[in-house]
Write a protein that binds this ligand. Structure first.
Ligand SMILES: Nc1nc2c(c(=O)[nH]1)N[C@H]1C(S)=C(S)[C@@H](COP(=O)(O)O)O[C@H]1N2
Ligand SMILES: [Mo]
Length: 501
């Protein structure tokens, strides 16, 4: 049915919203095929992460935990869509002002993308294209509206909605299975056998108790922490690792260079400084890679360079003490994790792993640069945001099972304890207000991994509190003093309340 009426302001808002979704989708698709981090919403979210005041960031992370990034992206998507609706309404009465607003918002997206570390001028394209799609679509809508036909307007809504859906579908396809999928590259990389295989921990590396974390954390279960909204997608053929700064000779290594070196394999436990007592931001993997010390030595490191700054393809940095890299520990550039090429989320194609340091000062993923410098002259990413310069990992122990309920009788109480590089020499369990009881310990090959502990508890009915504490390889007992994660890691003892029936 045709009518001689113009569309209502509400219908204009719907047109603006749909035009904006189509624009975002087209921008997303172009970015997916070129540089995913340049997609308008990704670039905007990255920018918010980079400029948001620390207090606000901490408050938000306390509130929502690791949902922080998805919620940020969704929040921005809703905001941009609502702005699009507003622009649609505005266009009805003041088309030039609406056009100017579209151009301004596209420019904001373009500037956000271009200013992201590791992205160049071409990163402006997805946002500018998104703006162009909105302009063309709303221009077309205005023409349909001028004809005052319902069918013309319906045709518009269907076409623009269709463009949005098709572009989102195409980018999903391209990144999952199509030409932009990194997984294809990864699948093709055949990891060589290690020249120096990992030492086997011994016959009882794993108690294999139900509910207890396994000695090796499978890649799919390994915790993930980073600042990346969109994980950097690195083409391994164009990838290289540059060593520079306070060295005699700058050097650059390709993946083939790394694959051709002596490969070492090591079991190393990684943990996050922001892990709460009893938390799960810790995991143990069998890493394959090259010796960091041997590689750096080739460049001739200035003895005055007390800081090694590692930089990722998205500009994130970590600063590690150079003397720890050279003190004989197994600091490595890892290219394999548990028998697989490094998963994309965990740093494909190469990352740093330095036993005995928290991830934020050592474990750079998507590694592209190693710069020798001093602690006086440079502060890495989290150091400028309130976290401490590198300090030793704090001794921690965790009860994995039981967590809340148990049946009366013999109950296996078990968990893991870690104090990387110093190792764990004892774990004790306290039941209610009883004495500390020694626990059985699993076999470990080095002090660089976590160690499982086990206690057979003859559990009486009722409500009981279990508390665990560990002693590190130097004989120091884990402190019961409670401290938060900022600035250098939480302390305190993990305890759980168990109802035995
Ligand atoms: N490029 C990059 N590397 C990074 C980070 C990051 O934000 N960006 N976060 C670090 C932190 S804080 C930790 S705890 C570890 C976590 O590594 P995982 O995600 O593989 O467990 O990565 C480190 N490497
Ligand atoms: Mo971390």
């Amino acid at each position: 049915m045709d009518t001689s009426q113009h569309a209502s302001p509400r219908t204009w808002a719907v047109a603006g919203l749909l035009a904006t979704l189509a624009g975002l989708a087209v921008g997303h698709l172009v970015a997916a095929l070129t540089a995913p981090r340049a997609a308008p919403l990704s670039a905007l979210s990255d920018t918010v992460v980079a400029i948001v005041p620390l207090e606000v960031a901490h408050w938000f992370i306390d509130l929502v935990g690791t949902l922080d990034k998805p919620l940020l992206v969704i929040g921005l998507a809703v905001t941009v869509a609502l702005l699009g609706g507003g622009i649609g309404r505005l266009w009805r009465t003041r088309p030039w002002l609406a056009r100017a607003a579209v151009v301004a918002f596209a420019a904001v997206g373009a500037i956000a993308a271009v200013t992201r570390p590791g992205l160049g001028a071409a990163a402006a394209i997805p946002s500018l294209l998104a703006g162009a799609v909105v302009l063309v679509a709303l221009q077309w809508w205005a023409a349909r509206d001028a004809e005052r036909t319902v069918t013309g307007r319906r045709g518009f809504l269907a076409a623009v909605g269709g463009v949005a859906a098709a572009a989102f579908g195409a980018s999903w396809w391209a990144t999952r299975i199509g030409p932009a999928a990194i997984e294809a590259d990864r699948d093709q990389l055949v990891l060589p056998e290690p020249d120096a295989p990992a030492m086997e921990p011994g016959p009882v590396a794993d108690f294999e108790t139900e509910g207890l974390s396994s000695y090796i954390t499978p890649n799919g279960d390994f915790y993930r922490i980073d600042t990346a909204i969109t994980v950097p997608r690195i083409d391994v053929d164009g990838w290289s690792l540059r060593v520079h700064g306070m060295v005699d000779t700058e050097r650059t290594y390709t993946m083939d260079d790394l694959l051709g070196r002596e490969l070492i394999e090591r079991d190393i436990t990684l943990c996050c400084v922001s892990n709460q007592v009893g938390g799960d931001l810790v995991g143990n993997a069998r890493w394959l890679g090259v010796s960091l010390a041997a590689l750096l030595a080739e460049s001739g490191v200035d003895p005055a360079a007390d800081q090694l700054v590692s930089r990722s393809s998205d500009g994130w940095t970590a600063g590690s003490p150079t003397d720890l890299v050279f003190d004989g520990r197994d600091a490595m550039i890892a290219i394999g994790m548990n028998g697989q090429p490094l998963p994309v989320d965990h740093g494909w194609p190469a990352r740093l792993v330095i036993p005995g340091l928290y991830g934020y000062v050592s474990a750079t993923k998507w590694l592209t640069e190693l710069e020798l410098t001093t602690f006086d002259s440079y502060d890495a990413y989290w150091i400028t945001r309130g976290w401490s310069t590198p300090r030793p990992i704090k001794t921690q122990s965790r009860i994995d099972t039981p967590r809340s309920k148990a049946s009366a009788g013999t109950v296996a109480v078990a968990g893991v304890a870690w104090a990387q590089h110093r190792g764990i020499s004892a774990v004790e369990l306290r039941i209610d207000d009883g004495d500390w009881q020694p626990c059985e310990l699993s076999d470990v090959a080095t002090g660089d991994t976590w160690r499982q502990w086990l206690y057979e508890w003859n559990a009486p009915e009722g409500e009981h509190t279990l508390t665990v504490r560990a002693t590190d390889g130097d004989g120091a007992v884990q402190t019961s003093e409670v401290q938060g994660v900022i600035p250098d890691g939480a302390t305190g003892l993990h305890s759980v309340t168990v109802t035995v029936s």
